[in-house]
Structures are given as structure tokens and as C-alpha cells.
Design a protein around this ligand. Structure first.
Ligand code: IMP
Length: 429
């Protein structure tokens, strides 16, 4: 069976964990391909809520093997805390079913401190990162001075690499950013312990995927973040430092395009964004609170990783058309439709007005994007609770119209629809 890729089509937080959870119930292997613990995937099972940052959501299903691919950057402390938290909740996270690529790079306190220092130094032009050390870790990877997880197999070399690395970061912290230096010895000692813990989990994950392909297994590539946070195709520089798009799954797992089956774009029924950068359909005030929630529910629009309130706005079809193109999407999974249920009318952005002209594409240039004014059509709301819907026929006609309008406008089908956080609240269309 080919690999099915799940990607976010907006600025992340589309509900990929929820969709991966459903699809991985039938998968033999679930592999995370990009980002780090900047991601937060929430999976709700009955009354239980799992918040995962690094480990693929498929871990909750006892049948799937889970991989963290070479494209991911791993904070070992977060990895260990997540593994231990899952063990306490009775989930099997034995090294036999959870594998970490030995080519993945590790995040250190040096990366965390630099992320913070760079953001502080940027002042008003800060990106609004999650401060998880993601940018500095990928910077080191590209500069060929990063530390790969595989080095944890060689304790003395690993020690040396950590010491050399922290000394380098200390020089930058003290002399470029005027910050305090980190304690080299205690970090080395901690990382020695982390290496002992992680050692059994290390593997050549690309080889495991290829074995699974040869044995006709069902494989899911689980994305993190979203298309507009992609280092190349997102709203640079207000992006993350990896490739959350479909192409990132190939590089981030070590597979070729001939092995790809479906490319599923997860889209929230409205739009959200965390951090800085242009957001054409952003809304504020009471309308925004209706979409965002107040933070009392686990599904409200507050960051899983940072707790920050997300900026929210209406659905933007220019973004969806762009994501369909960049990812080669075969279908969409539309999430959180239930959040729109109380609205009498639902605005959907169909194009932009830019310097007096109508455009229907998502501009590559950030200044142009900042100048874009959304052109909306208003669709009638359904004003009915849809959280109990389990089939197309259960949906009110106006909800059906909203779904059809989106899929007709972007030219690909919507095959999955979520009407609530529960596992049984995902409708196949
Ligand atoms: P970084 O990935 O921590 O460097 O943050 C860069 C940008 O990506 C910031 O605007 C973050 O808010 C955003 N970002 C990173 N990860 C996520 C995510 O999982 N969901 C939403 N936004 C994210």
C-alpha cells in the first residue's frame, strides 16, 4: 500500500491529530516527518484527552508502529516526558513500537536559549516563535554543526559534541546577545542520561518504512504545522524552519514520490494563526471570541504548546487553492464545522482586492499579502447543533451547502468532516 500523507492547509492547528487518530486506527505504521515539539496534537478518546508534541498521534492505537522521522528535531527531555506520560496512562510505548530516526537532529538548551535571545533582539519584528529552539536547531542542521540522535549510540563522542556545541552557543549568547552563559557540565550530564534513555529507540526509520512498503502495510505520514508555515512556501519570515508540506514528507522520512497515495489536506472550517505575520481574513472582538472560545474547552483556539490565544478569522479559499497546489492535495478533511453552528451567516473569502484589482491567488510577496483585502461571499448559517451528525444526510442543508461550496471552489472532494472532538464525531462523506 502507498503512503498517505496528512498535511495542514492553513497556519497549523487545523486538527491534524484528530484526523490522524482516525486514519491510524487502520494503519500499521504512522510516521511524523517534520517540526519538533512546537507542534501540539490533541486527541480526545471518550473522556480522555491526549496532548502530544513529538510522538505521532497513532501511538494511542495499539496496533500501529510509530516513527519519528529524520525531518523532525527532537528535544530529548520532551521526548522522555512524553514517553513516560503515555506509559503512566497505559499506552504501550515500548521501543519495539516507537522508533526515532538516528538521522533526526536533537534540540539542546543552547537552541532554546538562542531562540529566546534572537526573538528578544528582534523586538517589534519578532516572529512570535514557540521558543522551543526549533529555528536554531534547523539552522545548525543546515550549517552541518547539528547533533544527530544517532550519536547517542557513542557516549564519549556524544559528550564531546554536546560540550563543543554548548560552548559555541555560550559564545553567541554572551558576546552577540549579551545573555548569560549556560552551564556546560550540567547539560552534558543531563544529555548523557537522555542518550542512555533514548538509545533503544534509535533506528534507521527510512529502512523500516521501506520494509513496511514491501509488506503491503498501511502507512500514514503525519504532518505538523501547516502549509503557510512552510520555510519555502509559507509567509516567510513568519514561518517555522521546516517543511510541513507534502514534499517535506518525502525528505523527512526518506521515501520517493512513487510511494505516495492520497495527500489529505486538513482544513479548519475557519482560519487561525499563532504568532506574527499577515492574516487577511483575521477578525477581532466578539466575533473572534465566538470562533476562538474562551479557553474553557480543550478544543478552544488556544495553543496546545504555548497556551497563547490564537488569532482567528474566516475561511480563506485563496489559501486553500494555494495549499491544494503546493501539496498536490487529493482530498480535504474539514474540521470544526460545529464551531460555526450558531452563526446566522458565514462569510467565506473567495478572492482578494489588491490595489484596486481582484486577484484569486495567494501572493508570494509578503507586502502584497499585507495589502490584500478579502472579498467575501456570505453563506447562510444552519443554526442547529450538528455534533450528533454521523452521515451526510444528518447535516442541515445549509451545512451541506457550505461544504459543497468549498469543495466546488477548490476542485477537490471533502472526504472527512469533523463535527466535534470525539473519535466518533468524524463523518466520512
Ligand atoms: P517556531 O516553529 O517555534 O520557530 O515558530 C515559528 C512560527 O510558527 C510562529 O509563528 C509559531 O507560532 C508558528 N508555529 C510553530 N508551530 C506551530 C503549530 O504547531 N501550530 C501553529 N503555529 C505554529
Amino acid at each position: 500500500m502507498p503512503v498517505d500523507i496528512i498535511v495542514g492547509t492553513q497556519w497549523g492547528d487545523e486538527g491534524k491529530g484528530h484526523i490522524t487518530d482516525l486514519l491510524s486506527s487502520k494503519a500499521n505504521l504512522v510516521a511524523r516527518f517534520s517540526g519538533g515539539d512546537n507542534a501540539g496534537h490533541t486527541v480526545t478518546i471518550g473522556q480522555e484527552i491526549f496532548k502530544l508534541h513529538l510522538i505521532p498521534s497513532g501511538i494511542i492505537h495499539h496496533r500501529s508502529i510509530c516513527l519519528i522521522g529524520n525531518g523532525v528535531v527532537i528535544n530529548p527531555q520532551v521526548f522522555i516526558e512524553e514517553v513516560e506520560g503515555l506509559i503512566q496512562r497505559g499506552i504501550n510505548v515500548h521501543p519495539g513500537r516507537l522508533k526515532v530516526s538516528d538521522r533526526a537532529h536533537i534540540i539542546t538548551p543552547g537552541h532554546l536559549a538562542l531562540d529566546e535571545a534572537i526573538e528578544n533582539a528582534k523586538g517589534r519584528s519578532a516572529i512570535g516563535t514557540t521558543k522551543r529552539g526549533i529555528g536554531p536547531a534547523y539552522t545548525d542542521k543546515s550549517a552541518r554543526i547539528g547533533i544527530r540522535a544517532g550519536l547517542m549510540r557513542s557516549p564519549s563522542e556524544f559528550d564531546e559534541a554536546v560540550v563543543f556545541h554548548i560552548k559555541g552557543k555560550n559564545a553567541l549568547l554572551a558576546h552577540v546577545y549579551g545573555e548569560d552563559e549556560l552551564d556546560v557540565d550540567s547539560i552534558r550530564d543531563n544529555y548523557r542520561e537522555f542518550a542512555r534513555y533514548m538509545h533503544p529507540y534509535l533506528a534507521d526509520t527510512s529502512a523500516i518504512i521501506h520494509e513496511a512498503l514491501a509488506s503491503d502495510s498501511t502507512i500514514i505520514a503525519e504532518g505538523a504545522q501547516g502549509t503557510l508555515l512552510d520555510l519555502d512556501h509559507g509567509t516567510y519570515p513568519y514561518v517555522t524552519s521546516s517543511w510541513p508540506t507534502a514534499a517535506g514528507a518525502l525528505g523527512g522520512l526518506g521515501i520517493g514520490p512513487k510511494h505516495i497515495g492520497r495527500v489529505i489536506g486538513v482544513t479548519k472550517a475557519f482560519t487561525s494563526r499563532v504568532g506574527e505575520g499577515p492574516f487577511p481574513t483575521e477578525i477581532t472582538g466578539d466575533e473572534a471570541v465566538r470562533l476562538r472560545g474562551t479557553g474553557t474547552n480543550p478544543w478552544d483556539e488556544f495553543g496546545t504548546t504555548t497556551g497563547r490565544p490564537r488569532r482567528v478569522g474566516w475561511l480563506d479559499l485563496a489559501i486553500l487553492r494555494y495549499s491544494t497546489r503546493i501539496n498536490g492535495l487529493s482530498e480535504l478533511a474539514l474540521t470544526k464545522l460545529d464551531i460555526l453552528s450558531s452563526l446566522p451567516e458565514i462569510p467565506v473569502c473567495v478572492s482578494y482586492r489588491l490595489k484596486g484589482e481582484m486577484i484569486d491567488h495567494f501572493p508570494s510577496d509578503l507586502h502584497s499579502l499585507s495589502d490584500c483585502e478579502p472579498e467575501y461571499v456570505s453563506l447562510p448559517g444552519w443554526k442547529r447543533d450538528i455534533t450528533g451528525a454521523r452521515s451526510w444526510a444528518d447535516l442541515p442543508p445549509n451545512a451541506q451547502q457550505y461544504i459543497e461550496f468549498i469543495s466546488d471552489s477548490i476542485g477537490i472532494p471533502i472526504k472527512l468532516l469533523s463535527v466535534g472532538p470525539g473519535r466518533q464525531q468524524i463523518v466520512s462523506l
